[in-house]
Design a binder for this molecule. Sequence first.
Ligand code: AMP
Ligand code: FES
Ligand code: ZN
Length: 306
Amino acid sequence: MKCKTCAAKAVIETRRHNAAFCTGCFCTHVERQVQKTVDTEKMLSKDDRILVAVSGGKDSFTLWEALHRLGYSTTGYHIVLGIGDYSPLAREKVEAYAKGQGLPLIITDLKEEYDFGIPELALHTPRVPCSACGLSKRYVMNRTALEEGFTVLATGHNLDDAASTLLGNLLHWQTEQLGRMRPAMEATHAKLVKTVKPLIRLTERETLAYTMLRGIDYHEDECPNAVGATSLLYKDILNQLEHASPGVKQSFYLGFLKKGRTAFAAHSDGITLKECEVCGQATTTETCAFCRMMEQARRRAASRNP
Ligand code: AMP
Ligand code: FES
Ligand code: ZN
């Protein structure tokens, strides 16, 4: 098998592009896909100060590396979730990468700064770990980006993530969520930062290959709380479809962005945001969901350990 671009020996085949690439041409192909997404969706400019959310996994390292190589001004952002052996290793990988590349990195340790890590939040509130985690990550990412003066927050969601979220939202006709499914979300309130997902044209297999071919030491383990998640079932089903019909995952999601999303846009309109009476962050209720969760955790923890 020969590289489609330079005819050298290919190391990876991408069936949906009907192509194979050598190491160098594959990495260039990945970076071009990121640039194409950034341009098509008007995600970033070279003047933006970009906070890149980095978990230590293959996707967010692909994002950070590609944006940096494409000449964008990036700072990494890692949230220490306090999950068993998983979180310390994630932090180690992110710190080692930032140091090796000489790139700035900001870290928020949930337990140090907010008194509770994810396991404690799951213990002291009715939320399951992934729900407490998703809410905490969204909150601290937005808050840190604003407080530190960043203009955009970038996350490493890939095509598999986006297509499985779309499938889940369609299966349950979550019209409001479908209306909000935009890979670039402009800030609609002074306390919200613009968010972008520049990897939505890349599959998990491609971000994994890019990370390995660029020689990045990433955290191989999935979060232990993800086992059995519905999103993994949807990803599996979409991969079966992709195997039978290469390109179907991309046409499902990119087709939605092109032809479907406007149909649902009105369902997410008319949401009035105000500032949380406790922390001042944007919310639809008097007190934001994060502050309510923290208050509940504090009360339950105090009653259990008086
Ligand atoms: P997930 O929600 O775990 O699928 O992760 C989606 C994206 O959120 C990743 O690609 C990262 O950009 C970001 N992210 C997840 N976990 C963390 C973390 N602990 N610290 C910073 N960013 C994260
Ligand atoms: Fe948040 Fe797994 S990464 S619970
Ligand atoms: Zn709040």
